[in-house]
Ligand binder design. Structure first.
Ligand SMILES: *Cc1c(COP(=O)(O)O)cnc(C)c1O
Length: 379
């Protein structure tokens, strides 16, 4: 198929009637996660003949959908999640958006979908943030969560790759996924259901993986646990992920995260924490961790902490584990020292409170000196 060589320019068609400032500030006082959306969205069309074209920033609103839309039936869809933070000078910074752009391409490849050029992914995010900059929260820990996604827009019931797609970016202010004080989560280990299998789509951020995980999460809730932990599909022995977050195991000065076997989602927070842990002098490695190791090493005290990580929730301690046959506590069940140190290090880079030694923050839409509540900080 002939890919278009020129990148599409995003045409700005903003709403003349955005949500009033007073109402917006009310939302920003307590946004939750994924409940409220900003005034606009960016959409870009792909067709087999024309490639990527018709890029527009338009008012946020419903998308028309045909009942025979291929995505509704066969789930040809991928997504990303990244955050934009307001820095101490009012500057708006996205955390490693290039990594999201690349993973979006990798997910699309796996799902037989067209790859959006990295530059276009970034330009779409930037255009939306520039337009809706007033929606980027200024409260500590709060951020604007960007949700780029792509789905088949063609209609038909024959099972095949679609020839038409729509890329969309929407934005939602958030105070974090598990907001409030740092509370360790309890986990249920799924031994009946699996999330992803070798050769499957576990490494792609695609909707069907999440639909497949909902029964496991429901079982966790029925067991009185906060989150579900997934094991490998073949042996049901190796620990893979927790819900939609990657896991880390802390053995004193040594930190281990399950290696990327193809059925795990390669988290950008995971990769960043491996780097930060080494910066802080820990020995950080990727290896296989078995459920048996987790139980035995918790019991003998060599495993001191376990935490989960992801863009939405940051770094979250895991306090206790439950399986069909056993139940145990990790460390003393409270947030561990290494967990909290890594959590703070990451948060400070993102908020601009600490230096950014790896150049992870990408300036979005220039400095915003008109933001409410920031004038004082500039004087
Ligand atoms: C998105 C996601 C993660 C975390 O990835 P980040 O890039 O750190 O946000 C981990 N596991 C799954 C299944 C995910 O969907």
């Amino acid at each position: 198929m002939p890919p278009r060589m020129t990148l599409p320019v995003i045409e700005l068609k903003p709403d003349s009637r955005p949500i009033p400032a007073e109402q917006r500030e009310e939302v920003l006082a307590s946004p939750g996660f994924g409940h409220h959306f900003t005034d606009h969205m960016v959409t870009i069309t792909w067709t087999e003949d024309a490639g990527w074209h018709f890029a527009r920033l338009v008012p946020y609103g419903p998308l028309p959908i045909d009942p025979a839309n291929l995505t509704l039936h066969y789930s040809q869809t991928v997504f990303e999640g990244l955050k934009v933070f307001r820095g101490p000078d009012g500057n708006l910074g996205a955390f490693r958006p290039e990594e999201n752009a690349r993973r979006f391409q990798a997910s699309a490849r796996r799902m037989a979908m067209p790859e959006l050029p990295e530059k276009t992914f970034l330009a779409a995010c930037e255009a939306l943030v520039a337009q809706d900059r007033a929606w980027v929260p200024s409260r500590p820990g709060h951020s604007l969560y960007l949700r780029p996604f792509m789905f088949a827009t063609e209609s038909g019931l024959g099972v095949r790759a679609a020839r038409e797609f729509l890329f969309v970016v929407i934005a939602s202010p958030t105070d974090g996924y598990f907001a409030g004080e740092v509370r360790p989560v309890s986990v249920w280990v799924a031994e009946e259901y699996v999330r992803a299998a070798p050769g499957g789509t576990g490494a792609a951020k695609t909707g069907a993986n999440y639909a497949a995980s909902l029964m496991g999460q429901a079982q966790a809730a029925a067991q009185g646990c906060d989150q579900v932990v997934w094991l490998d599909a073949l042996e049901r022995r190796w620990v893979e992920e927790m819900g939609a977050m990657n896991l880390f195991f802390v053995y004193g000065e040594r930190i281990v995260t399950p290696e990327l076997t193809g059925s795990l989602l390669p988290g950008i927070t995971r990769a960043s924490l491996l780097t930060l842990a080494r910066d802080l002098g820990y020995k950080a490695e990727e290896a296989r961790v078995s459920l048996q190791d987790w139980r035995r090493d918790s019991a003998d005290g060599s495993l001191t902490e376990v935490f989960a990580c992801g863009t939405a929730a940051g770094v979250v301690p895991v306090g206790s584990v439950k399986t069909a046959l056993a139940q145990w506590t990790v460390g003393d069940g409270r947030p561990g020292e290494v967990t909290m140190r890594l959590r703070e290090t990451l948060r400070q880079i993102q908020s601009g409170a600490a230096a950014d030694p790896h150049g992870w923050m990408r300036e979005m839409a220039g400095a915003d000196h008109t933001a409410p509540g920031r004038q004082a900080a500039r004087s």
